[in-house]
Ligand binder design. Structure first.
Ligand SMILES: Nc1ncnc2c1ncn2[C@@H]1O[C@H](COP(=O)(O)OP(=O)(O)OP(=O)(O)O)[C@@H](O)[C@H]1O
Length: 260
């Protein structure tokens, strides 16, 4: 990030359309007596960044696993681009998953592969039948997007935590996803590096008009990446709105999120 003073003003609102790309309709999921999702309803529009806040164990990851069909819902529907993914078989689900990029907490890179090999592997895994030249330019573009072209031949172990996150983001981006899921994108990073990742999330959303779901405990991340924020509690959405709306919510439990 070149000018850290401009950080806040750089975070302009993403353009969104009214068309929901993702829609949770009355979704229930329990494990035994543990009612994790208790009738969840929310949408993510095209080009929108939705932040999911919630204390540990509130069901954020379960919601995302339901979205990508890794966990079967007990009841309810989840639409991606108008298709109810709860009704799809594994082959159809795989096609949908190819539209989704993931940034996992630790970047989830293959340690024995260089950055280039990690990115090429992801392309091949997504059945992108590209020529060698197209592959090379896709790798370059993905690395340019995260400002790390010079790391192309390095191994993940040679990179800092922040760099690994960026490469993880390049890997999510290389498949040109319509949706990106960020799991604790700023977790474990120092404040400056976290801000750089936040800015990347914003810039990538603007450049590619991707829809994003950002799972985080980090209020700064929620504030600057979220066009909309939902707060999960006891399997339900306890609050929903802009970060400002949530911050000013009158409910004591929601307020407790913002107490230092
Ligand atoms: N496969 C599973 N089997 C049984 N219980 C599960 C399973 N997956 C999740 N759970 C339970 O569902 C609840 C929600 O878990 P989840 O991982 O979604 O929380 P989270 O909000 O993502 O938490 P954190 O912020 O700590 O990552 C927890 O009580 C957890 O124990």
């Amino acid at each position: 990030m070149e000018n850290k003073k401009n950080f806040i003003t750089q975070c302009i609102k993403l353009p969104t359309s009214d068309e929901p790309l993702i829609e949770f309709k009355n979704v229930y999921k329990s494990y035994g007596n543990n009612k994790v999702l208790n009738g969840i309803n929310f949408t993510v529009k095209k080009g929108e960044n939705l932040v999911i806040l919630g204390k540990s164990g509130s069901g954020k990851s379960v919601a995302v696993k339901c979205l990508v069909g890794l966990t079967k819902v007990d009841k309810g529907e989840i639409f991606i681009s108008g298709k109810d993914i709860t009704k799809l078989d594994e082959e159809e689900l795989n096609r949908i998953r190819m539209k989704i990029g993931f940034l996992f907490q630790n970047g989830a890179l293959y340690d024995s592969m260089t950055v280039r090999q990690n990115l090429v592997f992801t392309l091949q895994h997504n059945n992108k039948n590209l020529t060698e030249q197209e592959t090379e330019s896709a790798v370059k573009e993905a690395l340019q997007n995260v400002g790390l072209e010079e790391a192309i031949d390095q191994l993940p172990a040679e990179l800092s935590g922040g760099m690994r996150k960026r490469i993880g983001l390049a890997r999510a981006l290389i498949i040109k996803p319509e949706i990106i899921i960020y799991d604790e994108p700023t977790g474990g990073l120092d404040t400056i590096t976290a801000r750089e990742i936040i800015e990347l999330i914003r810039n990538i959303g603007l450049k590619y008009n991707t829809s994003s779901i950002i799972i985080t405990h980090d209020l700064t991340c929620a504030k600057y990446t979220g066009d909309r924020v939902i707060v999960l509690k006891d399997g339900l959405i306890k609050a929903e709105g802009s970060y400002k709306d949530i911050e000013n919510n009158a409910d004591d439990w929601v307020k407790s999120f913002f107490e230092k």
